[in-house]
Design a protein around this ligand. Structure first.
Ligand SMILES: [Zn+2]
Length: 228
């Protein structure tokens, strides 16, 4: 409760600097890291992502500054270095990963599939020198075998999910490993909201995977449901 009061006070203080007379802010349990607001004239009311709970006053202030900049100047928010560092910190993940997982659907919450073990695949990527990061990443298969979205990740929460459509004995292990590599690349390349997800640098990195061509063609077959 104290935390909420501190957060709202920070929003009010920053809001005044931006010329807002009335500012309300409360936490809201969005699944993703997201904040919404309603503005009427110089009054604004925020629903702030509750993943910021416990972040501390300087983060509240910087974060509010980003949002007010966006509201007033009608441009995308760019996080300050302080907010960015906080969002990338181990502390942030420690505070929020579990909460995020409780809100996640369609996960088995385990790296052990029927056929493949994601931890083993990750270690194999490390041995190949393709993954150096990834400490504390939560790995899971999806519950349902999605054929069109083979992998998913939350860069902020360090969660990676691989479609259980790839957890089958008639697919070689490098297909799931390649998708895992793709998601780990997202985690490595970070959270800059201004870059596009699959830009040329990303593609270049992705193709360091030795069997990317074969893996891609297997993925097409899985999507067309024409495996085996
Ligand atoms: Zn991707």
């Amino acid at each position: 409760m104290k935390d909420r009061v501190a957060m709202e006070a920070a929003f009010q203080q920053v809001g005044r600097q931006f010329g807002f007379s009335e500012v309300e802010a409360s936490y809201y349990p969005f699944k993703e890291f997201k904040t919404t607001w309603q503005r009427i004239g110089s009054e604004v009311s925020f629903k702030v992502t509750d993943y910021l709970q416990g972040a501390g006053n300087d983060i509240f202030q910087d974060f509010a500054g980003c949002l007010f900049t966006r509201i007033q100047r009608q441009r995308r928010e760019v996080y300050t270095p302080k907010v960015r560092d906080f969002l990338r910190s181990e502390e942030f993940v420690r505070m929020n990963q579990e909460k995020y997982l409780r809100r996640s659907r369609n996960l088995t919450f385990s790296p052990f599939g029927n056929v493949y073990d994601l931890e083993i695949l990750l270690n194999s990527l490390r041995r190949k020198g393709l993954v150096e990061n990834g400490e504390g990443t939560f790995l899971s298969w999806t519950d349902k075998p999605n054929r069109f979205r083979m992998g998913y990740c939350s860069v902020l929460m360090k969660v990676v999910a691989i479609s259980s459509a790839l957890d089958r004995a008639d697919l070689p292990d490098y297909v799931a490993e390649y998708v895992l590599y793709h998601e780990m690349l997202h985690l490595k390349m970070g959270t800059d909201s201004l870059r596009s997800y699959h830009d040329s640098e990303f593609k270049r990195e992705e193709r360091r995977y030795p069997r990317w061509r074969e893996a891609e063609s297997w993925l097409k077959k899985v999507a067309q449901d024409s495996v085996a």
